[in-house]
Write a new protein. Sequence first.
Length: 287
Amino acid sequence: MEPKNFWAAQFEANRPRLRAVAYRMLGSSGEVEDAVQETWLRLNRSDTKGIENLSGWLTTVVARVCLDMLRARKSRREEPMGPLTPEPIAEDERSRDAEMADSVGAALLVVLETLAPAERLAFVLHDMFAVPFEEIAPIVGRTPAAARQLASRARRRVQGTRPSPRADLSRQRKIVEAFLTASRDGDFEGLLAVLDPDVVARADQTATRLGSIAEIRGAPAVADFFKGRARSARPALVDGALGIAVVLGGQLRVVLRLTFAGDRISGVEAIADAEHIASMDTVMLEP
């Protein structure tokens, strides 16, 4: 039997692929780390003697974990869970986070959110990672032919509903500006008008220490928190997607990643960790 550190090294070699799969499945950096960590725990609990293709085995396991998380999310009609405390993340991993977000694109993630969990898994694994339908089928509990149909149905929706990036950014900027105006004016009803009813706001540990709340759910609670708080905030492009930058004392202190559902904001992720902010491409937008 190979020593435990052998499997740890093999897992680390596969970690970038696992994180890429999980990001496309979940669209939440906090949940990505949860899914990858659970995959590592399952590897530790498994009889490794029976694993012939570790990369394929790990991809299957992380896909199953993500599918379970998506189904649980759907059954609760909620957005992703708040971030648990992850393992320390190296600087090169932070850079890969930014690269993954940029490569997927905010617009595509919004469309992927509209897919059923099984459709999303079949599309992501086959079209983005070239996993054969014969391997996808047992994960979703379907035949290979049925898995192929899931991916085909998802592909049609992605191709038919993906918005024009330029038009999408223009529309989203108007939403962000309305959000910031309502926040500065303390306009509770104005905030509710641009927030999805099931909006979720999260903050990293640094932002929490600065006065944010780790997780807030629902438009009324999120609106109440942001009321009167946007005096130093302005629209920005964050890794090519519409977001918000908070500048204090001439320095970029907080970045808000945003998720949109139609004409409303459905997710807010406050990032204040200096290394994480440095890894992102943040461009202030002129008034």
